[in-house]
Design a protein around this ligand. Sequence first.
Ligand code: NAI
Ligand SMILES: O=C(O)C1=N[C@H](C(=O)O)C[C@H](O)C1
Length: 255
Amino acid sequence: MTKIAICGALGRMGKTIATLIDEDPALEFVGGVDVGEGTLFGKRVVSSDDIDIFLAEDKPDVLIDFTIAGAAVKNIQAASKAGIAVVVGTTGFSEEQKEENRNNIEGTIPAVISTNFSVGVNIFWKLVREAAKQLSDYDIEVTEAHHHFKKDAPSGTAKTILEIIKEEAGDREEMYGREGMVGERGKEIGVHVIRGGDIVGDHSVMFAGNNEVIELSHRAYDRAVFAHGVIRSAKWIAGKKPGIYTMDDVLGLSG
Ligand SMILES: NC(=O)C1=CN([C@@H]2O[C@H](COP(=O)(O)OP(=O)(O)OC[C@H]3O[C@@H](n4cnc5c(N)ncnc54)[C@H](O)[C@@H]3O)[C@@H](O)[C@H]2O)C=CC1
Ligand SMILES: O=C(O)C1=N[C@H](C(=O)O)C[C@H](O)C1
């Protein structure tokens, strides 16, 4: 039985993940951490100030983090001190925060970190990579849409898409929206962010050439698609060697 705790337990993703853990006979939900205290599936959710004592007392095998970037850095540090594996879905990290996470993880604990835990998105990224490689001279535009509560922009998934395109189609400037006399299009990647309603998560990449357009897109209809990937990762990471792993490792798609 793998014991799991969740940081951000009372949030949208936290509750979705806890529901799947509760239904899984191979997993035990031991409780969580959030800004305020509470309960979830009969287990305590403690204040983030008490994370060290919570980890020492409840001893999860895996700590899952879906919070905000600044909080996630501290939570990963706490897991590292306690020697607990982590699965991190939080997005919006700065380069400095990513470096801090690497320092806390490498050589100390195993971690799966992904900007998107949906299996579909992980395959979508591979399709984007192939298209960017083959159509490196086409004009490329990335669009993402999310619910109106989302704090970071562009989404972590869109940032991963931008990294992939730059790796395959050459380093290009990002152009966030366009307004006024913008002149002829340059060697850039247009980036467009939509926020509204309860959109779970849409991403699309357009490759526009002469007389043809190819568009690849992914739409999540339910947060359960992310949560299922998180559960798969939590089962996979328990007992692994220290280091940072990706969903490619979890899904056996590396190499
Ligand atoms: N990688 C992936 O597949 C996915 C990533 N996300 C990311 O996960 C994060 C959370 O998303 P949602 O659940 O929609 O947000 P949310 O706002 O519903 O939940 C975040 C929770 O974290 C709590 N929190 C804030 N500071 C904390 C701290 N110091 N310690 C513990 N808890 C703290 C908040 O009170 C809240 O309950 C975002 O960064 C989002 O982009 C969301 C969906 C999928
Ligand atoms: O905040 C969200 O909701 C989501 N965040 C992730 C991101 O920033 O890419 C993944 C998903 O799109 C939902």
